[in-house]
Design a protein around this ligand. Structure first.
Ligand code: ADP
Ligand code: MG
Length: 432
């Protein structure tokens, strides 16, 4: 049994305050958008049609989504916890711009651990004799904001004796992050249980009203910290997932919301007119959302896909090639992008990917502290995430908030990868 400290930067990283504020200001809009997509069966069906022909994982999620809709939704309270991630793109004129990398609608992590990093960086600055700078660090506690969302959903579910179930990994590498949120719930007198898919398969059941029971305990909210990559599933786990989705319990997220966070959906959102259709009457929200979009391109079969594939093969440094996968380390860049795209350019296989403009932030020097790694100064770039939380009861939004932020920093030699992938480390923004 080995416990390591979570990796972190020695120093906080400079973040332009205008972009930081912009990221917070657009979060409620993104919450509305994700929620709207999750309720739009036609949009999901149409958008994912080409993807599910070639991507078995997305297809299986989609089949559960359709099956649950056909049976009729037992769930009437919806809880979304997401994290919208951005980088600061340096345009030709040098002024940095906020550009969304992706939005995570399932198992968005590090809201717990990052609630502790301000204290770490505050201490480091004080040790360096920079107590004035230390006092400028913004307080940040996403675990509380996320727990308030879970609490609201639990209350609306309306059963005092029901528990919140964290659906956790087989091997729990990030348990302390989850415990921060769990503790907030216990402090509010809400019972939390931690279970794996296999536990649900063995001990989960539904009653006549599709109430979910685990070991005889009623479950009000299922908070997924697992279930977002193919490796999380075997046949039994798929059956467990179906059982959870059919239940009346509040799933965070329900399967439709998970699908709303796919990269294919992200790419479709950038088409002219799509946001307007999804959020009718929300002109300003649409403008705020669109301002954060980088160039995104479909590789669906046809002229449009042919053209962009040729462009990316000719100039691979301008793009990132993304499959429908989560968790870091899946994207293709540079020479590798070129080789893969050359191989699949004439095959429907290419439709399991999207292309995105590569964001190019200005690097800064920092030390990355990681257990068992030598200490060295590196040229680094950062990615800012804003946590969103919302609760909907039937058609009515009863909570819609930004719940805090996460700054992750990595050395520039890594094109890809998050904290869990062993590449990025936890950081704190120092607003400039
Ligand atoms: P995942 O679901 O695997 O987290 P992301 O879209 O977040 O997928 O990509 C993983 C990482 O790759 C990001 O954290 C970022 O470091 C890098 N990355 C992704 N998209 C871009 C992009 N358009 N430009 C530059 N880097 C990118
Ligand atoms: Mg990511």
């Amino acid at each position: 049994q080995v416990v390591n400290y979570a990796p972190f930067t020695l120093l906080p990283s400079a973040v332009p305050s205008v972009l930081f504020e912009q990221a917070y200001a657009v979060q409620q809009d993104f919450n509305l958008l994700v929620d709207a997509i999750s309720q739009n069966k036609e949009f999901l069906e149409h958008t994912l049609a080409s993807t599910i022909k070639v991507d078995d994982f997305t297809a299986r999620l989609f089949r559960i989504h359709m099956q649950v809709l056909e049976e009729g939704l037992a769930q009437s309270v919806f809880l979304g916890i997401n994290r919208s991630d951005y980088m600061f793109d340096c345009g030709v004129d040098g002024a940095p711009a906020l550009k969304q990398i992706e939005i995570n609608t399932i198992a968005a992590s590090f809201g717990g651990l990052t609630s502790r990093t301000v204290a770490v960086h505050g201490r480091v600055l004080k040790v360096l004799g920079k107590s004035k700078e230390a006092s400028c660090l913004l307080p940040n506690n996403p675990s509380k904001g996320l727990a308030l969302g879970i609490t609201k959903a639990w209350e609306l579910y309306g059963s005092q004796s029901a528990v919140v179930m964290f659906l956790v990994e087989e091997v729990q590498r990030n348990i302390f992050d989850q415990r921060c949120i769990e503790n907030e719930l216990w402090n509010r007198n809400i019972r939390v249980i931690r279970k794996r898919f296999r536990d649900v398969f063995e001990k989960g059941s539904l009653d006549d009203a599709k109430r979910l029971y685990m070991d005889g305990q009623e479950v009000a909210v299922v908070y997924y910290r697992e279930g977002y990559v193919p490796g999380n599933y075997n046949q039994q786990n798929w059956e467990a997932r179906l059982l959870l989705e059919r239940s009346r319990a509040v799933k965070c997220p329900d399967i439709a919301t998970q699908l709303a966070g796919t990269k294919k959906v992200q790419q479709e959102l950038s088409r002219p007119g799509t946001l307007e259709t999804l959020l009718p009457g929300h002109t300003e929200a649409v403008a705020r959302i669109r301002a954060t979009f980088a160039g995104l391109y479909s590789l669906d079969m046809g002229e449009e896909g042919d053209k962009i594939a040729a462009k990316a093969i000719a100039d691979p440094e301008r793009f990132v090639l993304k499959p429908q996968r989560e968790g870091g380390g899946n994207n293709l860049y540079g020479e590798e992008l070129k080789q893969v795209l050359e191989k699949i350019r004439d095959s429907p296989e290419r439709t399991s990917y999207i292309l995105m403009d590569k964001i190019k932030p200005q690097p800064a020097m920092n030390y990355l502290l990681r257990a068992h790694s030598p200490l060295q100064v590196s040229e680094c770039i950062s990615e800012l995430g804003i946590f969103g939380v919302y609760v909907r009861q039937g058609k009515e939004m009863v909570m819609n908030k930004a719940a805090g932020h996460l700054l992750r920093t990595k050395a520039i030699e890594h094109a890809d990868g998050g904290v869990a992938a062993g590449v990025a480390v936890l950081d704190t923004p120092y607003l400039v």
